[in-house]
Design a protein around this ligand. Structure first.
Ligand SMILES: C[S@@+](CC[C@H](N)C(=O)[O-])C[C@H]1O[C@@H](n2cnc3c(N)ncnc32)[C@H](O)[C@@H]1O
Length: 268
């Protein structure tokens, strides 16, 4: 048996990581942890904690250990078949819900855990949201999140954007597609190597998937419909060019909280 202070002294990881890992093992909320600080930690807990701390020290993401990632207003289940939703993707949510549309048909391409599309669906209960991904494993995580949020205005569909598209014309298409060019990484990025490569990496300098989405979306958007795309900070000019080549009438770009170009808004 040990106590909390001794348990936490085994690692130099940030205290928050240690707290969240222990709460995950004890199945308690973080606010309740220090109410229990005088309790003795059982050997079984000690062993589970030591094992998970070791994994975390090897770079395994905290969200995959706890199975939870906070995003927008909620916590989303994640696992190794889904990307861990990033705070910068909240810009897609913020932008989508700023459109003053009563009844909107929304299509999300590459929903992963569902964090982006479901946050929008929850904010806009009168919108009809079709959330798609090619990965069945990711879709089963998304299904759990949809159940937990009790969303009545969303459906999940398996779809690969490199194959046939069969959708009704949409008011809004959104996507955070894979846009990282693998050769640009130097290997030090925290945790990224534990995430599904198909959620992260794209050929042609990271633009292959974006290019397919831009080309096909214009066909499946209503007149004046919009495509909102998350992208890499250095992909703005290429996206601008693709938008012009594909007959969009207007293109604008938004910066994230770090001042980096992050979201393209293409209007048909
Ligand atoms: C960057 S992740 C985004 C996940 C989620 N929207 C988020 O932001 O957390 C890209 C997603 O696109 C999916 N994806 C990759 N290639 C795809 C394709 N060809 N067709 C459909 N989905 C694809 C991946 O499975 C992954 O879930």
């Amino acid at each position: 048996m040990t106590n909390l202070r001794k348990l936490f002294s085994i690692s130099n990881l940030p205290t928050l990581d240690k707290e969240l890992i222990l709460c995950h093992i004890l199945k308690i909320e973080r606010v309740d942890l220090y109410k229990k600080s005088d309790i003795e930690i059982q050997d079984k807990t000690n062993k589970a904690f030591t094992d998970l701390i070791k994994k975390r020290e090897e770079g395994f993401p905290l969200a995959y250990i706890t199975g939870i990632k906070p995003f927008w207003d909620d916590e989303f289940q994640v696992n190794e078949s889904t990307l861990i939703p990033r705070p910068e993707s909240e810009l897609l949510v913020e932008t989508a819900i700023s459109f003053d549309l009563e009844n909107c048909s929304l299509l999300e391409l590459g929903t992963g855990s569902g964090a982006i599309g479901m946050s929008i669906a929850k904010e806009k209960p009168f919108w009809t949201c079709t959330l798609t991904d090619k990965s069945f494993e990711a879709l089963s995580v998304a299904r759990e999140n949809m159940k937990a949020l009790n969303l009545k205005n969303s459906v999940l569909i398996q779809h690969d954007w490199h194959k046939r598209w069969l959708f009704e014309p949409m008011d809004l298409i959104i996507s955070n597609p894979p846009y990282i060019y693998r050769n640009d990484l130097d290997g030090d990025e925290d945790g990224i190597w534990f995430e599904p490569p198909s959620a992260l990496f794209s050929e042609k300098k990271g633009l292959a998937d974006i290019s397919t989405i831009i080309k096909n979306s214009v066909i499946f958007l209503k007149e004046n419909g919009k495509l909102l795309l998350e992208h890499g900070f250095d992909q703005k000019d290429s996206i601008n060019k693709m938008a012009n080549q594909n007959d969009y009438s207007d293109v604008s770009f938004l910066k994230d909280l770090n001042g980096k170009w992050r979201v393209a808004c293409l209007t048909k």
